[in-house]
Design a protein. Structure first.
Length: 184
């Protein structure tokens, strides 16, 4: 399903990431993302763009029923090898194969940068998110957020964006996110 080079680089990616991730994930983002993901004690969560399943395994270790989605078969094969009982689905973020309101937590951990239509993907995440659930997004962006204080800010296009430390948590208050972002 993947046509963007991820299939060819899957094995190299997994070797580089190891079980703990690279420096940025392990020491910068994980200390923010994991507590935020667990803050509402989710029962069932979806990781959109799960890759080799590292963050799925981290949340599952805390008792969360995880489902990982990625379009790259090679990365999913590594995820299944490392977590034989995990649920990993080959699909794109723009077209999630789940019923409406299926998850109480949805995570997009540095995956929107590789999704061609991020707006469609966010709309799909919102569709499968239960009312009152949480959508947690960490994404790279073209401007510096490392010094931003926690709270709502206007993005470069005028959209309301929520920042926590150096991690952009939610894209837009106007994107129909079932109020998930405001509660994080």
């Amino acid at each position: 399903m993947s046509e963007d080079g991820w299939e060819k680089s899957a094995s190299a990616w997994v070797a580089h990431m190891s079980e703990h991730g690279d420096f940025g994930r392990r020491y910068v983002l994980d200390p923010v993302m994991l507590p935020l993901a667990l803050a509402r004690t989710p029962n069932r969560a979806l990781d959109v763009g799960c890759g080799e399943g590292r963050f799925c395994r981290m949340l599952a270790a805390h008792g969360v029923e995880m489902v990982g989605v990625d379009p790259t078969a090679g990365l999913l094969a590594h995820a299944r090898q490392r977590d034989p009982t995990g649920q990993y689905v080959e699909a794109r973020g723009e077209s999630l194969p789940f019923e409406d309101n299926a998850f109480d937590l949805i995570v997009s951990y540095l995956s929107l940068i590789d999704i061609a239509d991020a707006s469609a993907s966010i709309a799909e995440m919102s569709r499968v998110l239960k009312p009152g659930g949480a959508l947690l997004i960490a994404n790279l962006n073209g401007f510096n957020t490392a010094g931003a204080e926690t709270g709502w800010r206007r993005g470069v296009l005028g959209e309301k964006t929520y920042f926590i430390r150096s991690t952009t948590i939610c894209a837009s208050a106007a994107s129909g996110l079932n109020g998930a972002a405001s509660a994080l």
